[in-house]
Design a binder for this molecule. Structure first.
Ligand code: MRU
Length: 364
């Protein structure tokens, strides 16, 4: 892959220092900063303040958080309560609880749980395995999603395939390849002419800052647009397919993703444009049936709306946009109902956003 995603991951375990390192995504694309996570509080802060973000990466960070908790916890009970704190760091992405519980289960097995060193080793090994699993799942999502892009390209007789994506569901969010971006990289590598409309994704601009940065480094044609431009482009035949990621999807097909995703799905439906959601199975919530009623939606600091961050002649600054005293509401995610989703692209293949079809792919 002609990007750093093969060599550079957004999180890694540094064997020499035995610490966990992450790319501090708050600073991209203007500064490349690496942060070291040494304590459970560091991990919680990195997740809450979004040094790391994106569902699979939040999960992997939580998994390494269990390793760090194992290093610092003298007893099993301490470890369990540290894991509860980790799981509460952000509410919407189900990957966090999934990954923390997966590592904790391994650590608490009778053969490891009695000895501190064994607990630490088991946690580190399992966290690294989850990171590898997510990278591999994203690679497979790319392979399956490629067929959808190939189909459009053939229909257009090799003409440019215009894809639209929201937020950043790229390798920065997912260890490697990304979810929504994996089929784009696969298409690009297969010589398909693609162009990506990148929603800027207010308030934190993950699209403009991160997706544009990733695609640019890979040489993929892209254009950053305002969050409100997608409907207009769809009405004028300028979007062939929408692909987004998700933070939590019910097994019945409802999808929670970055705020504004629902409006893109509505516009896609109105214009008869396929709207696909790419996700690894770690993002399915197997307990929830009704996404709208049951998925917790994070509300974040209103200052993220009131201030915009950017580079001012090489210096990163925050500037105030609305009147000083105007209140702001920062809803971080919304739920797109299954009826607006054309299909899921998963590591096991493509399926409809219905309980029946999801269970067909994931009977286990
Ligand atoms: O608030 P963020 O940046 O963590 O939100 C991320 C998203 O909404 C992504 O689309 C989602 O996590 C899918 S990442 C593969």
């Amino acid at each position: 892959m002609k990007t750093e995603s093969k060599n550079m991951r957004p999180i890694w375990f540094d064997k020499d220092s035995e610490t966990v390192k992450v790319i501090d995504q708050r600073m991209l694309p203007h500064e490349f900063v690496v942060a070291e996570l040494k304590t459970v509080d560091d991990v919680i802060m990195a997740i809450k303040e979004m040094y790391v973000r994106g569902a699979p990466l939040i999960g992997v960070t939580g998994a390494y958080g269990v390793y760090i908790a194992a290093v610092h916890s003298k007893t099993k009970d301490d470890l369990i309560s540290e894991c509860d704190r980790l799981k509460a760091a952000r509410p919407t992405a189900v990957n966090l609880a999934w990954a923390v519980d997966k590592v904790l289960d391994k650590v608490l097995k009778p053969e490891t749980s009695q000895v501190l060193e064994k607990r630490i080793d088991a946690a580190q090994k399992e966290a690294s395995e989850i990171a590898e699993l997510e990278a591999e799942n994203c690679r497979k999502i790319g392979e399956y999603g490629l067929s959808l892009i190939q189909e459009i390209s053939s229909r257009k007789e090799g003409g440019t395939v215009n894809l639209l994506t929201h937020c950043n569901a790229g390798w920065l969010a997912c260890i490697e390849y990304g979810t929504a971006t994996a089929p784009m990289y696969a298409a690009y590598q297969n010589g398909i002419d693609i162009h990506i409309w990148v929603d800027e994704t207010r308030p934190l601009n993950q699209g403009a800052r991160l997706t544009a940065w990733e695609l640019g480094r890979s040489g993929i044609k892209h254009t950053v647009i305002t969050d409100n431009a997608g409907g207009h482009l769809m009405q004028h035949g300028m979007v062939d397919m929408v692909i987004v990621g998700t933070d939590r999807s019910t097994y019945t097909g409802d999808v929670a993703n970055k705020i504004g995703t629902y409006l893109k799905a509505l516009a896609a439906k109105d214009n008869n444009i396929p709207f696909y959601v790419a996700l690894p199975s770690s993002t399915f919530d197997w307990k929830l049936r009704d996404g709208l009623a049951e998925i917790p939606i994070e509300e974040r600091d209103p200052d993220e709306i009131r201030y915009v961050q950017g580079s001012d002649q090489g210096v990163i600054r925050n500037v105030l946009v609305p009147p000083e005293n105007s209140p702001a509401g920062n809803y971080a995610f919304d739920v797109t109902p299954a009826r607006l989703v054309t299909g899921f692209i998963t590591e096991r293949g493509i399926c409809k956003a219905t309980e029946e079809d999801v269970r067909r792919l994931f009977p286990d």
